[in-house]
Design a protein around this ligand. Structure first.
Ligand code: GLA
Length: 739
């Protein structure tokens, strides 16, 4: 891995053993882009990739020169209004109202490792030989603004990480109206665009279309990344598929309002950008101040979408997630939400926990309803003090009982960012919610959003959460967030800074996460936002796992987990077995299939095991044994999607250990079929030359399993459960052990 600089050509070439990213200084001093993709040999100049031509109706910066126009340059940090008409990376408004910027190359430096982004989540290195960072400073001499662009190349991950600092070195305050963290110009537009969109209970379903002329984008205006569009897209060659072909991924490490867009111009070039959504964004930057953008990641794989997912999984597991729990086996948990909702008392919780412990479950999580006046979702949010009517000895007493009497660790639900009007917090501080003067405030699920752009509000919530944590035995926290922001306005800031509030809000969320994870490093955090409404890389920096969706139906979960896996590792996806009929869909699926789906995630239960039959309970015990035996492999292995639940009646995926000696395949058949044909499943990622024993029975070579396939027809048909639980929604797990 290296960053090469060639003074004569002004080329910068970042490369590791597999990828290259090459940029240059253009004639006018702006930064041009030359190449991103498969590794290229280093050479003095790749400037031939920056072509010039006389094109009528172009505008040209140099008088008499009709060939040079920014409109036709591939660029790294484009600006609008001085011959480029596409969307820019940055827009600065000066006091005189002008929005033209002229960011010219000023200096560069290269250093080992990767600096942290103050106050923001970002990928990191653990030793200086893991990455090199190129920092390029551009100067707009009229305003005195410096733009410091940072590009990191990693030795082991085929990505470029980018962010940008804007420093006001001038004499007057300016407004940042737009700042994209990553801009990538590509010479053509022959790509499929894949986005991951959905809604509550059906998050991150892949949707594909061919890139077309004009701007295509996904974004959030909700104050969180949202259920609607995940901050991640794929651009792949139309001939690329899951297993082969040129594939690019763009992932934005941010949890607030974002945009990812591709602009295809009439010459067929593609400008892909990701950054804070400029809609309603405006940041006042006074002289001497610096603004830091979040980080964007672009990855390249020649091995299709599974190859791309493998890059993101490893990067996000190893160099985004942090702390005590990053590499540790995650506890199997039981959560009382679907078991009790708000209807519980301490005895009921203890009964659930005792039974769960006897099944081998390791962590009991008390969900919503334990605090203040929280009898239902209309009241109590914000008052983080246990309701003694339900829990006579508070969380301290309950957590002690769970640990000492039930032999389990204890976890607790919070929704730190929210308040009900019926709460002491709101009665005492009605000005602490986000609200626009003289306007009515919308509620969401009867709740209002605390103004996390204010440090005093974040301090207060930190103190009330820390008091509960210090007083009790808490090993896990589920941090929920159940509504989007409306009437975004902070009464603590002047009018000219109201465009900052969405971003300041999310900085407040990161600040609270940072304080809690620093103060209580052994607590495992799981994020949640009405299921997967904030399942993004920003939050994974603080909480290594997230509740993937409120939909716990096994068949729906196949789709949700399948879609989520394009970017996010299995170790980040909370996945629980729940009761049937399922609470979201009323569907009955076999317990085995509920388990076989959930085990490809961070496994747990969301039910009262006391309500199961003895046979079901025995099955739960064996599921738990299976997960304990294999969770290390499941969370650290290489994951492959094999059959898409969006395309056919069968779905399949697998995970292979790094040394290729073990693998687990999950195979799911949605509806039963009559008189169907013979079926084979081609596996991936095995060692061709090794023999693998399947479920302790027959042995096949890796070559056979990958080229001819595993015969799955009979195994699915023979399932014992078909008689017991009906013929639909069957599944099978195959464990492969190299001989
Ligand atoms: C959200 C979460 C659920 C549960 C409830 C509690 O909907 O996604 O898992 O915690 O809130 O109110």
């Amino acid at each position: 891995m290296a960053v090469y600089f060639h003074g004569e050509s002004s080329n910068f070439h970042l490369s590791n053993d597999r990828i290259s990213y090459i940029l240059t200084v253009l004639r006018n001093g702006h930064l041009g882009h030359l190449y991103f993709g498969k590794k290229l040999p280093d050479r003095e100049s790749y400037n031939y990739l920056q072509e010039e031509a006389l094109r009528p109706m172009s505008s040209n910066p140099y008088e008499g020169d009709r060939k040079f126009s920014l409109e036709h340059c591939l660029q790294e940090f484009p600006v609008y209004g001085s011959s480029d008409y596409r969307e820019p990376a940055v827009e600065i408004r000066l006091q005189n109202g002008s929005r033209i910027a002229d960011p010219r190359f000023y200096s560069h430096r290269v250093y080992t490792g990767k600096p942290i982004l103050e106050g923001l989540p970002a990928t990191y290195t653990e030793s200086s030989d893991e990455a090199e960072t190129l920092e390029i400073t551009l100067l707009d001499s009229v305003s005195g603004i410096h733009f410091i662009l940072s590009f990191t190349i990693f030795r082991d991950y085929d990505v470029i990480a980018r962010s940008c600092k804007i420093c006001n070195g001038g004499n007057e305050p300016v407004y940042i109206e737009r700042i994209m963290s990553f801009t990538l110009d590509m010479n053509d537009s022959d790509y499929d665009w894949i986005q991951f969109s959905g809604a509550w209970a059906r998050e991150r379903f892949p949707e594909k279309h061919r890139l077309h002329k004009g701007i295509q984008s996904i974004s959030s205006t909700r104050g969180h990344s949202g259920h609607m569009h995940n901050p991640f897209i794929i651009l792949k060659r139309p001939s690329a598929d899951e297993h082969q072909g040129d594939t690019f991924g763009f992932s934005f490490i941010y949890s607030g309002n974002f945009i990812i867009q591709a602009e295809v111009d009439t010459y067929g070039t593609t400008r892909t950008q990701m950054g804070i959504n400029p809609f309603q964004f405006s940041w006042l930057l006074k002289p001497g101040e610096t603004f830091t953008s979040p980080e964007g990641i672009a990855a390249y794989s020649p091995a299709g979408m599974n190859g791309l997912s493998g890059i993101f999984h490893r990067l996000y597991r190893k160099r985004l997630a942090r702390g005590f729990w990053r590499d540790r086996e995650r506890p199997i948990l039981i959560n009382n939400w679907e078991a009790t909702y708000f209807d519980f008392n301490e005895d009921k919780l203890i009964q659930i926990a005792e039974k769960a412990h006897s099944a081998g479950i390791e962590l009991f999580v008390l969900d919503d309803g334990w605090f203040g006046s929280r009898r239902d979702d209309t009241q109590g949010l914000g008052d983080w003090v246990a309701d003694r009517g339900i829990l006579p000895d508070g969380i301290a007493g309950l957590s002690r009982r769970i640990e000492e009497e039930c032999g389990m660790k204890f976890g607790l639900w919070f929704e730190p960012e929210m308040v009900n009007k019926k709460s002491d917090l709101y009665r005492n501080h009605p000005d602490w919610i986000l609200q626009t003067p003289s306007r009515k405030s919308c509620h969401g699920r009867h709740q209002f959003v605390l103004d996390f752009s204010r440090k005093d509000v974040v301090d207060y919530i930190y103190n009330s959460m820390a008091a509960v944590i210090k007083d009790s035995r808490i090993s896990y926290i589920k941090w929920d967030m159940n509504r989007s922001i409306t009437e975004c306005y902070s009464t603590a800031y002047p009018p000219e800074q109201q465009g900052e509030i969405f971003h300041r809000y999310i900085l407040g969320v990161y600040d609270l996460y940072n304080r809690l994870t620093t103060e209580f490093p052994h607590i495992l955090f799981e994020s949640c936002a009405s299921g997967g409404g904030r399942f993004d890389p920003g939050i994974l920096f603080y909480a290594p796992q997230a509740w993937t969706s409120d939909d716990t139906d096994a068949v729906e979960r196949l789709k949700i987990q399948y879609g989520t896996s394009f970017c996010y590792p299995l170790s980040s996806m909370g996945a629980h077995v729940s009761i049937t009929p399922n609470h979201q869909l009323n569907r009955n699926t076999p317990l085995s299939t509920r388990g076989n789906t959930a085990l490809f995630g961070v496994f747990g239960y969301e039910l009262d095991l006391n309500r199961l039959t003895d046979t079901e309970f025995r099955e739960v015990k064996s599921q738990i044994e299976f997960v304990k035996k294999h969770r290390k492999l499941i969370h650290s292995g290489t994951f492959y999607r094999l059959l898409s639940p969006f395309k056919g009646n069968e779905a399949a995926w697998m995970v292979v250990s790094e040394d290729k000696t073990k693998a687990i395949v999950g195979c799911y058949k949605i509806l039963n079929e009559v008189n169907e044909g013979f079926k084979r499943l081609k596996l991936q990622g095995l060692d061709e030359s090794r023999l693998y024993k399947i479920n302790g029975k027959e042995t096949f070579s890796g070559a056979e399993l990958m080229a001819a396939g595993l015969v799955i027809t009979d195994l699915l048909r023979d399932s014992v459960e078909q008689e017991e639980a009906g013929a639909d929604f069957q599944s099978e797990i195959y464990v492969l052990n190299a001989q």
